[in-house]
Design a protein around this ligand. Structure first.
Ligand code: PLP
Length: 468
């Protein structure tokens, strides 16, 4: 292989933050770039970018942070990197691994003999698939043509994507002052078209658990489904009881829960791109199967939305779960719960701040005294990446393994005190940060900024193209 032309310095564009260091590839290179160069660039960029997460000052996002664990997962991935598990006969081992991932998750979440599941590409696919399942179930079993799902306002937006994709009417239930679903509202709104209820075990905003037992009762009374979104909490909350925390049940142990999602790529410490969706009864899983038999390419069937799927991700997920075992998960959960406790203490030390609920792992707080986003600005200036929330404006610190390192909570307590002082006398009335999911509360977004983000991306690409 020959080397491509030397990097040409270009003005940094928003979508090309490395334009001053590396070539910008707005077109495919005629001659392939040597592997060593590609790997060097990747190594340099990732090492630089990992520093932030590894520092322990980031809320959520990086769940394990153990680079030895990642190397092990990558080795597991390597054996199956090329394997397409759509071709079942080619890779029977993938069937073994997938069914064991489902079985291990069902064991952790108190499934029974009538529990079945799917391995999906992430939390969003698990939730979207669950919603599709209930729509199909309502249609096939009850003849419902205008399906309706009732979910709390705090439930993840992936549900809303599903409602939009699949023409499901959403009834958004308010939450109580405790930020969990208002059961009276749910009870009052169940009607003949309701196919399912949604509750969350470990809400994204506040890490709280909706009253799953009561939702289960309602689901049973009305003969409808109940999906529990355990995408975030599903692999960390199960260990709370073992560790001596007083904790209510939220999983398949609860009568009336008919499906639950739990993300292996979050607190399951697998590589990104995997999640588990469990159904009880098992037969519910069939509702979302699609068999297309009149296609010239042959009779087509796949167990979930994806077509071709990576054997590597299944192998890495299986390897992570098997290697962690219950002891491994429990031990990290203990560190996470302890760290979250210390962060709550740091927040409680400030009368200006109010904790929202009492999550074991995801500490949310707001303020009636200062603008909470000024507090966030003060923390961001000191290297912390919190998540900004809205309705009400608040911040959360979703504790993951990197945050459990020694010294992190002490540093947080120190910097929080400085950030609160900053917020009491801010340099400008308008904070720099705001509540933008996935942006770490780092920028105060305007709606038009969000809407134009996609267009900006295309413009940036075209601009680079024109400069070539
Ligand atoms: C409660 C909850 N559900 C679903 C999701 C969506 O997961 P993913 O980003 O893997 O699609 C998240 C993501 O943080 C979450 O917190």
């Amino acid at each position: 292989m020959t080397t491509s032309s030397a990097p040409t310095p270009r003005p940094a564009l928003p979508m090309h933050p490395y334009a001053d260091r590396y070539s910008v590839h707005a077109t495919m290179p005629e001659q392939g770039v040597p592997r060593e160069q590609i790997l060097r660039e990747l190594q340099e960029m990732s090492a630089l970018e990992d520093r932030k997460g590894d520092s322990g000052r980031v809320s959520g996002s990086i769940y394990s942070g153990d680079h030895d664990h990642y190397s092990f997962l990558v080795k597991a991935f390597e054996h199956y990197a090329h394997a397409n598990v759509l071709q079942r006969d080619m890779y029977p081992s993938a069937t073994k691994m997938e069914s064991e991932i489902i079985a291990m998750t069902a064991d952790m979440l108190h499934g029974d003999d009538d529990t079945g599941g799917l391995v999906t590409s992430g939390g969003t696919e698990s939730l979207v698939t669950a919603m599709l399942t209930y729509r199909e179930w309502g249609h096939n079993k009850k003849g419902i043509t205008h399906p309706q799902v009732i979910m709390p306002v705090t439930a993840h937006p992936a549900h809303s994507k599903a409602f939009h994709y699949f023409g499901i009417d959403a009834v958004i239930a308010p939450v109580t002052a405790e930020q969990v679903v208002d059961l009276d509202f749910v009870r009052d709104h169940i009607g003949p078209n309701t196919v399912a209820l949604v509750g969350t075990a470990g809400t994204y905003p506040h890490g709280l658990i909706d009253p799953i037992a009561q939702l289960g009762q309602l689901a049973l009374e009305h003969g409808i489904g109940l999906h529990v979104d355990g995408c975030l909490g599903g692999f960390v909350l199960p260990w709370a009881r073992d560790l001596g925390y007083d904790h209510t049940s939220f999983d398949l142990a609860v009568p009336g829960v008919t499906s639950i999602s739990a993300d292996t790529h979050k607190y399951g410490y697998a590589l990104k791109g995997s999640s588990v969706l469990l159904f009880r009864p098992k037969a519910l899983r069939r509702e979302q199967y699609r068999v297309i038999d009149g296609w010239p390419g042959g009779m087509y069937a796949s167990p979930s939305m994806g077509g071709s799927r990576s054997g590597g991700l299944i192998a890495a997920t299986w390897a992570s779960m098997l290697n962690m075992g219950k002891t491994g998960y429990r031990s990290i959960a203990a560190d996470i719960f302890r760290t979250a406790g210390e962060i709550k203490e740091a927040v409680r030390a400030h009368p200006e701040l109010t904790l929202i609920g009492d999550s074991l792992f995801n500490v949310a707080f707001r303020s009636d005294v200062v603008d909470i986003f000024h507090v966030n600005d003060g923390l961001a200036d000191r290297g912390w990446r919190m998540n900004g929330l809205q309705l009400p404006p608040a911040l959360h610190f979703c504790v993951t393994r990197p945050n459990t390192q020694e010294g992190v909570t002490e540093a947080f307590a120190h910097d929080l005190a400085e950030a609160v002082a900053y917020a009491k006398d801010p340099p400008s009335p308008m904070p720099k940060s705001g509540a933008m999911y996935g942006a770490g509360g780092s920028e105060r977004p305007a709606l038009d900024q969000i809407l134009s983000a996609v267009a900006d991306r295309l413009d940036a690409m075209n601009e680079v193209g024109r400069q070539q």
